[in-house]
Structures are given as structure tokens and as C-alpha cells.
Design a protein around this ligand. Structure first.
Ligand SMILES: [Mg+2]
Length: 433
């Protein structure tokens, strides 16, 4: 028996090495049977429309699970929604898809704010709807105020809706600490109230007890999540998203001050940081499953050209440039060893602060896949010039992102998410185990 145990240990050790086939004794999967890719799924317009599941979603997810009830590839849900906690979204997805989803697989637009630690001990004002105070605290922010709390303390400031004006003479209750930063989680319910009070906070440098002042430059730090101008719910046509709210805020600020509103951070798709964070979650999943094969390819499946496709292509560009810098660095290192000339420029420095925080990406490509079950309307886009001229004329991306026709060109266009998964398995020559 001891001899058999020793033999089993030996066989297990040998089979844990990469590039060996599956071992019949210990059952360890070889590298060739492990996934070398990860999937990033958008939610609205890909898996659901509002609260209604898209039929292809369940079908697609049956392919992603093995008989033991485990995912066969690493999967992250990257949504620009931001009005609930990750656990709530994971529960919704489990119900819709009929498979267990963990909160560690869910990335909301605000998730990268977890890394902005320098603001975690500052007094921050949060704007949005849903449990915004809980969301902020969950991300690590310790001193959080809502727009509602400001309104209660300064009842004279919110007067657009005549019915909400104080009925009796009232004065401010100055028990609100000075605000040091503003976080915009998502579109609020009462736009006029939030627009008014956020502008007030910026023009009083965080102290609503004061009148508007001559501006400090720069204004208080502003961190915004989710730049989607529009999104697709159950209605026939797209609905206003948080990006529409940001357009209002930016324009009011500029009209009043003559200056541009500046963001300390813009997170959520299509920002690069969001994809870096998503890739980090993919790597974490692979490591938890003891998949030793590096994740080289990412596939991002979405319905919005300006968000999902632009973001995936932007991240792909970042990965390609990083790879080129890595090669230049290797050549320069070799040149130093051999004594020939080879200089590294500062640009060749591989890692910025987020790479150091999240560890370097293992992926070398991020492929964009566009589905036709959401915002994207294939008939409208193909009217002229592949839709490029109309896209440029009506660029739906955020003010701080430039229109680039290459970035809104999807790697693949598929009917729905099920077709996307089938195509990816084919491309990767992957057979689920
Ligand atoms: Mg979408």
C-alpha cells in the first residue's frame, strides 16, 4: 500500500509538469487541455434586456460548464452598471443563467475604485442611485456623504422642483464636514438636484456653507464611473445612461466657469484600467483552479460599439504596445550583455502604478466581439460607409476619449452570445473537459 502511495505521489508530481497529457491515474489535466484564454461578458444587451433574459445566454452558459458544475474557462462579467453591490448582481446572474456565479466574477463600473486608496480616508460625496453609501463603503471609502444628506442639511439649495422647496422658512444645518472629493457612480433619479449640488460643491471647494467662490484650479477631485451615453433596456430604443448625465454636468460647469471640468479618474468600460482589472480577475480564477497554462487571449463580448468594442480594442492596443516595449527591452538587455549599443528610453519602462498593483498582464491580445441583441443595430450601421461617417458625426463616446475608426471596428460580429462562445471555442480549438 505504501509502495502504491509513493508511486501515486511520483506520478502526480510528474503529471503536474506542463505539456503532459491527462494522466489516467491522478486525473491532472495537462496544459494542452487547460484554457489559454478568458472571457469578458457584458451583461445588458448580451445576456439580458432590462430584466428579460436573452434566450441565447442560457444556451451559451451550458457550454461553459462541465458536468461537475465548474466553469471550463475563466469568466468575468464586466458591466458598466453601478447601482448595486457585486453580490446582488451575481445573484441576479445566477438566476438568469441557471448556473452559480460568484461575486468574484462580477466587475461593476466602480470596481477599480477599490485601488484609489488615497481617497479612502477622505470625506467623499457620492452621486447615483441604489445603495450608494454601501457601495462606497464596500469599495473602501470610510467617510461618505450622499446628495440626500446634503439636501437635508442645506434645504434652500434644491429649488427646481417647486414642490420640494421648504414650506416654512428654514436655515442650513451646518453639521456637514468639508467634502474633499466627489464620486459619480451612475445616473441619479433627480438629475436637477444632483447637478445643482455637485456644481455647488465644486464652486465652494467642498463647503456648502459658503457662497460660490473664485475658482481654485484645479477643482476638487472628481471620479466618475460608467460613461455610457445610452444603454439598451426593454424599450425599442436606447435609454439615457450615466454618460448623458456627465454631458450635462460638463456643459453646465463650462458654461458657468468658462473652464473644462476635469476628471481625476474615469472608470468602467472603455477605460484601460477596467480591462486591466478584469484581466487580473481572470488570472485569479485560473490560479484558483490550478490552471498553470498562461491566459494569453481575452475575448470581450458586448453590444455597444463605443463601450465594449472601443474598450476591448483599446486594451488590445495597450497589450500590443506593451509586448513591443518588452521586446525592445529584451534587445537592449542583450545588447548590454554583448557590449553592443542599445539604449532604453523612459517609454520602454514596462509597468505603471496599476501594473505594479495588479501584477503584469499575461494576455497578449484582447479580441472584441459584437452581438446583435442589444444597442448595436446592424441595419442602421450599414446604411453608408459602414456607418463610420455617421459614427464620427455623432460620436457617442466620452468627451475625453477620441473617435478612432479603428477602435470601433469589431474583431467579429456574431448574432448572439451563443454564437460568440461557439466561435471562440473553434478559434481556440478548445474542447471542454
Ligand atoms: Mg451592453
Amino acid at each position: 500500500m505504501q509502495a502504491f502511495s509513493a508511486l501515486h505521489r511520483l506520478v502526480s508530481a510528474v503529471c503536474s509538469r506542463p505539456a503532459l497529457p491527462r494522466c489516467g491515474i491522478c486525473g491532472t489535466a495537462s496544459d494542452t487541455l487547460q484554457p489559454g484564454f478568458g472571457l469578458l461578458f457584458d451583461i445588458d444587451g448580451v445576456l439580458v434586456r432590462g430584466r428579460t433574459p436573452i434566450p441565447a445566454a442560457r444556451k451559451a452558459f451550458q457550454k461553459l460548464f462541465n458536468p461537475q458544475g465548474h466553469f471550463v474557462v475563466p469568466v468575468v462579467f464586466v458591466t458598466n452598471a453601478g447601482n448595486c453591490l457585486r453580490q446582488t448582481k451575481a445573484d441576479q446572474l445566477s438566476h438568469i443563467l441557471g448556473v452559480p456565479i460568484s461575486q468574484d466574477q462580477v466587475m461593476m463600473s466602480h470596481s477599480p475604485l477599490r485601488m484609489f486608496r488615497k481617497y479612502h480616508d477622505k470625506c467623499v460625496l457620492v452621486s447615483g442611485q441604489g445603495p450608494v453609501l454601501d457601495i462606497a463603503k464596500n469599495l473602501g471609502f470610510e467617510k461618505v456623504l450622499s446628495i440626500g444628506m446634503l439636501r437635508e442639511s442645506f434645504p434652500l439649495l434644491d429649488v427646481v422642483d417647486h414642490n420640494r422647496r421648504p414650506k416654512l422658512p428654514s436655515s442650513s444645518i451646518a453639521n456637514i464636514p468639508q467634502i474633499e472629493a466627489v464620486i459619480l457612480f451612475g445616473e441619479p433619479i433627480r438629475w436637477e438636484t444632483n447637478l445643482q449640488l455637485i456644481i455647488d460643491i465644486l464652486l465652494t471647494n467642498g463647503n456648502l456653507g459658503h457662497a460660490h467662490q473664485n475658482l481654485k484650479v484645479p477643482h476638487l477631485p472628481l471620479l466618475a464611473c460608467n460613461m455610457d451615453l445610452m444603454w439598451m433596456a426593454e424599450a425599442h430604443s436606447p435609454r439615457f445612461g450615466h454618460g448623458a448625465f456627465l454631458v450635462c454636468l460638463e456643459n453646465i460647469y463650462k458654461k458657468i466657469t468658462g473652464k473644462e471640468l476635469k476628471y481625476e479618474a474615469l472608470v468602467g468600460k472603455p477605460s484601460e484600467l477596467t480591462y486591466q482589472y478584469a484581466e487580473y480577475l481572470i488570472r485569479e480564477q485560473a490560479s484558483e483552479r490550478n490552471w498553470s497554462r498562461p491566459i494569453r487571449s481575452l475575448y470581450a463580448i458586448g453590444d455597444n460599439l463605443m463601450t465594449d468594442i472601443y474598450g476591448a480594442n483599446l486594451y488590445n492596443r495597450y497589450l500590443e504596445e506593451r509586448l513591443a516595449r518588452k521586446k525592445r527591452k529584451a534587445v537592449a538587455k542583450m545588447a548590454t550583455v554583448t557590449g553592443s549599443s542599445g539604449m532604453l528610453s523612459q517609454e520602454d519602462d514596462l509597468d505603471g502604478p496599476w501594473e505594479r498593483e495588479l501584477a503584469a498582464p499575461s494576455a497578449t491580445s484582447c479580441k472584441s466581439m459584437l452581438v446583435c441583441t442589444g444597442v448595436y443595430n446592424p441595419h442602421a450601421e450599414l446604411l453608408s460607409d459602414g456607418g463610420r461617417k455617421s459614427q464620427q458625426a455623432a460620436f457617442h463616446g466620452h468627451r475625453d476619449f477620441q473617435f478612432d475608426p479603428v477602435l470601433v471596428e469589431p474583431g467579429y460580429i456574431v448574432r448572439d452570445v451563443d454564437e460568440a462562445v461557439e466561435l471562440i471555442f473553434e478559434q481556440e480549438k478548445f474542447v471542454a473537459q
